[in-house]
Write a protein that binds this ligand. Structure first.
Ligand code: ADP
Ligand code: MG
Length: 261
């Protein structure tokens, strides 16, 4: 399914992008016409670890979940309740033991490894608690990385696009800084820019503000919310911070591997 998107963080032409940027509409894109009413649907998803071994344990039980296009959902729950396991499944990093996972209406069970890799790379962006930037690379190089790996963008576009993303998160002056030499909050904003590099439909953020001070946590959250509002990118945010969760469209809670009704 082709994405009907043109945006300066998307695949639009440079001219389009420049005119949009001048119009002061960072992150704006048109995500209409994508063919399914939700970006994500889980039906009775279960996940067990160590299947077939004496220590087999099911950690997710019959998860039903839908996420609409452009929705910003907070996922809360105690440590060990299965939030990261759920995000790994939604992010196509792991497969459910049973149940169905549909992304943009497409049942992922039918997809082979190459198709899964392509879908993950082009549809989903990741932000983790420990930013996982490459510390010896500059901010710009970190943002360029997903595009270099994908090779879907012309080389000449990649650096310009990384620069635009850094400008949009207000860190253009830090483009040449090594990730190592930036504050935790700045690094996490760079990680958000990197997650947006491929213009994903959905960003999965696993406790992205968990080790930040209140001010930096707020800045990272505000950035994600702005991207969500401007571009219609959907977000699934795992957080322990009730103040931030309340600023999301909806909160769901995972307790012992089940969604609390
Ligand atoms: P949360 O992110 O909510 O803290 P996790 O999804 O990380 O929870 O973990 C849910 C449960 O699954 C925990 O009991 C954890 O120990 C277990 N678990 C997570 N990953 C694995 C794994 N790779 N192998 C076995 N058990 C795991
Ligand atoms: Mg976790």
């Amino acid at each position: 399914m082709a994405k009907a998107i043109s945006s300066e963080v998307g695949t639009g032409s440079r001219e389009d992008n420049a005119s949009r940027q001048q119009a002061g509409a960072p992150f704006r894109s048109d995500r209409s016409g994508q063919g399914s009413s939700e970006i994500l649907r889980l039906e009775k998803v279960c996940k067990a670890y160590n299947v077939g071994q004496p220590n087999e344990t099911e950690v997710l039980h019959d998860i039903d979940l839908e996420l609409g296009h452009g929705e910003f959902l907070a996922l809360m729950g105690p440590s060990g309740s299965g939030k990261s396991t759920l995000l790994n499944i939604v992010g196509l990093l792991d497969r459910p033991t049973s149940g169905r996972l549909l992304i943009k209406g497409q049942d992922t069970a039918a997809l082979g490894d190459a198709e899964i890799t392509h879908l993950r790379g082009h549809t989903i962006g990741f932000v983790f608690q420990y930013h996982l930037l490459i510390s010896a690379f500059t901010a710009r190089e970190n943002v360029m990385m997903p595009m270099l790996v994908d090779r879907g963008f012309p080389n000449a576009e990649i650096e310009a696009r990384a620069n635009r993303l850094l400008a949009q998160i207000g860190l253009e002056k830090f483009a040449d800084n090594l990730a190592n030499n930036m504050s935790g909050g700045q690094q996490q904003r760079v990680a958000v820019a990197r997650a947006l590099a491929m213009n994903p439909d959905l960003v999965l953020a696993d406790e992205p503000t968990g080790n930040l001070d209140t001010h930096s946590a707020d800045a990272v959250f505000a950035l994600m919310r702005q991207v969500n509002r401007d571009s219609g990118t959907s977000f699934l945010l795992v957080t322990h911070n009730i103040e931030l969760a309340r600023r999301c469209d909806r909160i769901i809670e995972v307790i012992d591997g089940r969604i609390r009704a």
